[in-house]
Design a protein around this ligand. Structure first.
Ligand SMILES: [Cu+2]
Length: 119
């Protein structure tokens, strides 16, 4: 086996887990966090890139009003990171993020978390 073939096989082994399904690693705001300032976006880091066109992330306030801007997109530099803008009028209260993420292998993972904005 020559070096380039060895390298190729090694890359295949390293790349294989990239097609496993994707789980939420962490988020900003964090689950159950209490914020002194209203966030302008929700960021979620997944274990693998997700298909943003097939995935859904929504943010609702306590009254059930959707307060995100429906502009879910992957970060330009980090494909595992997705961003969702919030409306500018985030007032004190509790907010719930509900998500359904479709991985490259089309497996779906779901969850929700919440955060609070203090007066
Ligand atoms: Cu999978």
């Amino acid at each position: 086996m020559n070096m380039s073939r060895l390298l190729f096989v090694s890359l295949l082994v390293i790349a294989a887990p990239a097609w496993a399904h994707s789980n939420l690693d962490h988020s900003e705001p964090k689950d159950r966090s209490v914020l002194k300032q209203a966030p302008y976006e929700v960021r979620m880091w997944f274990t693998e890139p997700i298909k943003t066109k097939l995935s859904t992330i929504e943010v609702h306030n306590a009254e059930g009003k959707q307060v995100d801007q429906r502009n879910l997109a992957a970060d330009e530099k980090n494909p595992n990171l997705v961003r969702l803008s919030l409306i500018p009028e985030i007032v004190p209260g509790t907010y719930k993020v509900t998500w359904s993420a479709v991985a490259q292998d089309l497996h779906v993972s779901k969850g929700s978390f919440s955060f609070e904005v203090q007066p």
